[in-house]
Design a protein around this ligand. Structure first.
Ligand SMILES: Cc1cc2nc3c(=O)[nH]c(=O)nc-3n(C[C@H](O)[C@H](O)[C@H](O)COP(=O)(O)O)c2cc1C
Length: 378
């Protein structure tokens, strides 16, 4: 077999791209994606659309696609995120049909034996010739775990388990053939895993922990941390978060990149963008689904008071709390440039309908980001 040139660890972490601000598509493996809306053009999440989207993104030089690990829809009028592709097999299919895109699998560590998972990741990585990435999640949704006969550990123990799980994954990827592991949760006797990841390095690993424990996990173990820089967080707060996380990683002899999530509505004029955003995300939000999501997190008018509850509802309907990027191309590009200036390495974006909206984004935003020195010309 002729293999694509080997990718060193730094190239893997950079997703094979020299662009200062990396861009990815977040949530396209789920019906409705990140938009909790009833509008008929909402994202199908079907396979044909996923492939068309991945190929469009690949052509445009978009760096990555990040799926959501989701097993059960949120109900409401649309059964929001009710139809979802399992993410590692989804990644395998998309990697086979693209050339430069990094495709992540988003994997709930407690729901799959680490040696099976490690081998799946290696398989995906060979299909993609070094373009598979791992987003490790610990889970938070009790109802989903019950479907597997699993129970959620308490928050701290979830990350202790994830540490052992990832240690075993890394052992299975490491050059030596045989290994043992004796942990508090996981035991491996006479472990063996071949082949190793593609080209002598290993897949990029990310995590999106928000708590101190979750972030410390990423700092210890991951190449990238996804942090939700939501509305209201200032430039200074973002910059200091990035600086702190990077400094903590360096103290441990590691490098880490910080990414965030953005919810894009970009139209020729601000007015058109705001009108569409209001139409899709407010006037036609799937409010029963929004309320179900909030209730799962114990957010109700009773627990939070009427005003705060309403604020959180609006926050949730807009791309599950991602940073709204609503405006004309100059405005959206400016907002992205500010995030880059604060030190963020990239943004995972979503649209109401990824496939309909990505061509305009690529035509208008990418050249502006290139002029700002944040990306090479597509
Ligand atoms: C970009 C991003 C992607 C995430 N993807 C998933 C996911 O697909 N499935 C999931 O169960 N949790 C997901 N999460 C939740 C995180 O893994 C994490 O549990 C959450 O941010 C809370 O942090 P904590 O675990 O440190 O409390 C995601 C969070 C972010 C910001």
């Amino acid at each position: 077999m002729t293999e694509r040139a080997e990718l060193g660890p730094a190239e893997r972490t950079a997703m094979g791209s020299a662009n200062r601000l990396k861009l990815g598509l977040f949530g396209a493996n789920c019906s409705s994606g990140r938009a909790v809306t009833t509008v008929p053009e909402r994202w199908s999440g079907n396979w044909t659309d996923c492939v068309a989207l991945a190929q469009l993104a690949d052509e445009a030089g978009i760096e990555f696609m990040l799926p959501i690990g989701r097993w059960k829809g949120y109900g409401g009028d649309t059964d929001y995120q009710g139809a979802t592709f399992e993410t590692v097999t989804w990644a395998c299919g998309l990697l086979a049909k693209t050339k430069g895109l990094t495709v992540f699998g988003t994997v709930h560590a407690p729901l799959i034996a680490p040696l099976i998972a490690a081998k799946e990741f290696v398989t995906a990585d060979h299909i993609g010739e070094g373009r598979f990435g791992l987003n490790l999640v610990c889970g938070w949704n009790e109802g989903e775990f019950e479907m597997f006969g699993a129970s959620l550990r308490d928050h701290e123990t979830r990350y202790e388990y994830a540490q052992e799980w990832l240690d075993v994954i890394k052992l299975a990827w490491a050059p030596q053939e045989d290994f043992d592991f004796a942990g508090r949760f996981i035991n491996v006797k006479g472990g063996r895993a071949k082949p190793k990841p593609y080209g002598g390095s290993r897949p990029l690993i990310m995590n999106a922990g928000a708590s101190p424990t979750g972030q410390a996990f990423a700092i210890r173990n991951c190449d990238a941390l996804f942090s939700n820089i939501s509305n209201g967080i200032s430039f200074e707060e973002t910059a200091s978060h990035v600086k702190n996380v990077r400094a903590l990683a360096r103290d441990g002899g590691r490098e880490i990149d910080i990414y965030t999530v953005g919810v894009v509505t970009c139209r020729p004029t601000v007015r058109e963008a705001e009108d569409y955003w209001r139409h899709a995300i407010q006037d036609h939000a799937d409010w029963p689904a929004v309320d179900n999501i909030l209730a799962m997190r114990n957010v109700t008018p009773q627990t939070h008071g009427a005003d705060e509850f309403q604020r959180l509802r609006n926050h949730q309907s807009n791309g599950m709390g991602g940073l709204p990027m609503v405006g004309d191309p100059d405005g959206v590009a400016r907002q992205m440039a500010e995030l880059a200036a604060a030190g963020l390495a990239g943004i995972g974006i979503s649209f109401v309908n990824y496939l309909n909206e990505l061509p305009y984004f690529c035509a208008e935003i990418l050249p502006r980001l290139a002029r700002l020195g944040l990306r090479e010309k597509a």
